[in-house]
Every structure is written in structure tokens, then in C-alpha cells.
Write a protein that binds this ligand. Structure first.
Ligand code: 5GP
Ligand code: MG
Ligand code: MG
Length: 182
């Protein structure tokens, strides 16, 4: 285990097994109708890459950049930046994929923005959910794991840009994370 990690919440094996199950639920729900999967950069890159390989439905992959945790763990103002995805939003059924649902602001803003841009349906999928931290009332359709209120890294999630490459989800040692969360 990485020396900056206090404890592992979900191992690589657990994550992979859970993703296969969630992808099966997604395939069952969306069947043969084309789907646009939009990953939220950068945190969801690892998750979305593994997830789509288990989804059995015709899909396109696009990305949006949404950053609120600019310097560490403090929640700031949300900035959205859609990468060009011509024809992939208007009239489409969208699966919005993020690493973690915390206050819910990111998913709520993105859902509103996508509907404004003409998306027909917007469904949410997150690897992790911290229900105790919710500020905005939002439901996502697919959740990997519900977790306690702790700052986690690994499997795409960063602290100040680092730890995304860890294959597991771990809690960062408290003395390293300045968790003045909004
Ligand atoms: P929300 O808008 O729901 O408050 O926050 C969602 C975003 O905050 C996630 O996409 C992620 O970038 C970041 N975030 C929230 N909680 C954590 C956490 O425990 N660890 C890390 N690394 N990022 C988090
Ligand atoms: Mg994020
Ligand atoms: Mg981050």
C-alpha cells in the first residue's frame, strides 16, 4: 500500500467486480438504443474506461471538464467546459459518469446544462457516493459503492493532482489532507 494512504476502502478486485455488475444493470436498462456516455474529467477517466468495456449497448464516449476542487480538498466554484461532442448531446440519451457524488453540485449542474443543450434524457452513474455530504437534492441511477464521509483517493480520484493511478480506493492520511470542505 502507498505510504500516504491510511486505509483501503475498496480493493482493485472489489472495484472490478462491482463495475461489471453496474455495467450489467446499465445494459439491461438501455438495451439497444444508442447511448452517449459522458465522463467527467479528470476523476472519472479510469472508471469510465473500465465501465464502458462491460456495457453491452451501442454507445459513444464524450467528456466534460468540471472542476471545483482546484487546490486540494476545498470545494470552490464549479467550472464546466464541454469538449466538442458534435451530435452527441442533442436529442440523445445520456449517461453522465463521475467518480464521486459528494455535495451533488457537479452532477446537478451538469444535468441542467445537458438538458439545456437539448439532451433527451440524462442519467447519472457514479463509482462512489457520500450521501452524508449531500447539499443538492439529486438522484443518480447507478452507484458503485456508498461510502463514509472521508476524503478518498485512487482509481482516478486525486489529491492536488496526485494518486489517480492507484488501482484501489483509499483514505488519504489525515495529516496530508486539509479537508476544509464546503
Ligand atoms: P460535488 O460537486 O458532488 O460536491 O463533488 C463532486 C466532485 O468533487 C467529484 O467529481 C470529485 O472531483 C470531488 N470530490 C468529492 N469528494 C471527493 C473525495 O473524497 N476525494 C476526491 N479525490 N475528490 C472528491
Ligand atoms: Mg470531479
Ligand atoms: Mg479532484
Amino acid at each position: 500500500m502507498h505510504p500516504d494512504i491510511d486505509r483501503v476502502l475498496h480493493t482493485e478486485t472489489e472495484i472490478q467486480a462491482r463495475i461489471a455488475t453496474v455495467a450489467k444493470e446499465i445494459s439491461a436498462r438501455f438495451g439497444s438504443e444508442p447511448l452517449t456516455v459522458i465522463g467527467v474529467l479528470n476523476g472519472a477517466v479510469v472508471f469510465v474506461a473500465d465501465l464502458i468495456r462491460h456495457i453491452d449497448a451501442p454507445l459513444e464516449l464524450a467528456f466534460v471538464s468540471a472542476s471545483s476542487y482546484r487546490d486540494g480538498t476545498t470545494s470552490g466554484r464549479l467550472e464546466l467546459d464541454f469538449l466538442p461532442a458534435p451530435g452527441a448531446i442533442e436529442g440523445r440519451r445520456i449517461l453522465l459518469v463521475d467518480d464521486i457524488l459528494d455535495t451533488g453540485r457537479t452532477m446537478a449542474s451538469l444535468r441542467t446544462e445537458l438538458l439545456e443543450r437539448g439532451a433527451r434524457e440524462v442519467h447519472g452513474c457514479v463509482l462512489l457516493d457520500k450521501p452524508s455530504r449531500r447539499v443538492v437534492d439529486i438522484d443518480v441511477d447507478f452507484v458503485g459503492f456508498s461510502i463514509e464521509d472521508a476524503f478518498v483517493v485512487g482509481y482516478g480520484l486525486d489529491y492536488a493532482g496526485l494518486y489517480r493511478n492507484l488501482p484501489y480506493i483509499g483514505v488519504l492520511r489525515a495529516e496530508l489532507a486539509s479537508t476544509t470542505s464546503a
